[in-house]
Write a protein that binds this ligand. Structure first.
Ligand SMILES: [Zn+2]
Length: 237
């Protein structure tokens, strides 16, 4: 993924937090990041406007400047939390939220009446050919899954699981083994379909968990990010 930091957007420590998150993605996949060369037209421009955390979905060959905004917090907080940066990078790398998958109604219920005005597009389901489960399990704990009360207008849940599962929906504490598997398969990384490589990946995720948890998000850091508007198409609910 070709990227550039917007001029004067981030200080050295903030850039370091972003580069560190990129390092995690590189460690767990065959995806590589590199700085934009002066004449390149298609790249992700990383900005730090105070408008939240959001990213354009997908890296398009003719997409020109792609959005990645991480509101400037101290490293480790808000948008500059490791898990949040990785979440946004995964958007740039082509991933929608887990609950956007075509098959989602086998796993969750969407309470449209509890969703804040103007935010319903964040809960759309997409056609099978653009967002599906890649023949992998639906994962409530994915770093790409919203939490139960995302964009709630009334304190009641906007997403409810219709099956039982361990852990917390949309916990945003660590990137799961399945998150990395999805990324590896999406980019056809070497060994992405190999059982032994998958097992090694699982062990590596468990082994490095304390490092990823080194700066856990606080409740105040709860992130509600929207999909990039440019990619939104309507669907019949
Ligand atoms: Zn998101």
């Amino acid at each position: 993924m070709v990227y550039e930091f917007g001029a004067n957007e981030f200080n050295a420590a903030q850039q370091q937090a972003i580069l560190r998150a990129m390092g995690w993605v590189e460690h767990f996949s065959c995806v590589r990041f590199r700085l934009r060369r002066p004449n390149e037209q298609n790249y992700v421009l990383i900005t730090g406007r105070p408008t939240g955390c959001y990213a354009r979905i997908g890296f398009h060959a003719t997409g020109h400047i792609h959005t990645l905004n991480l509101a400037r917090n101290e490293p480790g907080r808000g948008c500059l939390n490791n898990i949040v940066i990785i979440h946004e990078l995964l958007h740039n790398l082509g991933f929608f939220h887990m609950q956007s998958a075509y098959e989602r109604y086998n796993y969750v219920r969407i309470n449209w009446a509890n969703i804040r005005q103007g935010m319903a597009h964040n809960f759309y389901r997409w056609p099978r050919n653009s967002v599906n489960l890649l023949n992998l399990p639906y994962e409530y704990q994915s770093s790409m899954h919203y939490s139960t009360h995302a964009f709630s207008i009334n304190g009641r849940p906007t997403i409810e699981a219709t099956r039982s599962f361990p852990g917390t929906m949309g916990h945003m504490v660590y990137v799961t083994h399945w998150d990395w598997v999805r990324l590896r398969r999406h980019y056809n990384c070497p060994g992405a379909w190999n059982e032994r490589d998958m097992q090694e990946l699982k062990e590596e995720v468990e082994r490095t968990l304390p490092l990823m948890l080194a700066v856990p998000p606080t409740t105040a850091d709860k992130i509600e990010d929207g999909d990039d508007e440019q990619m939104i198409v309507d669907e019949a609910k």
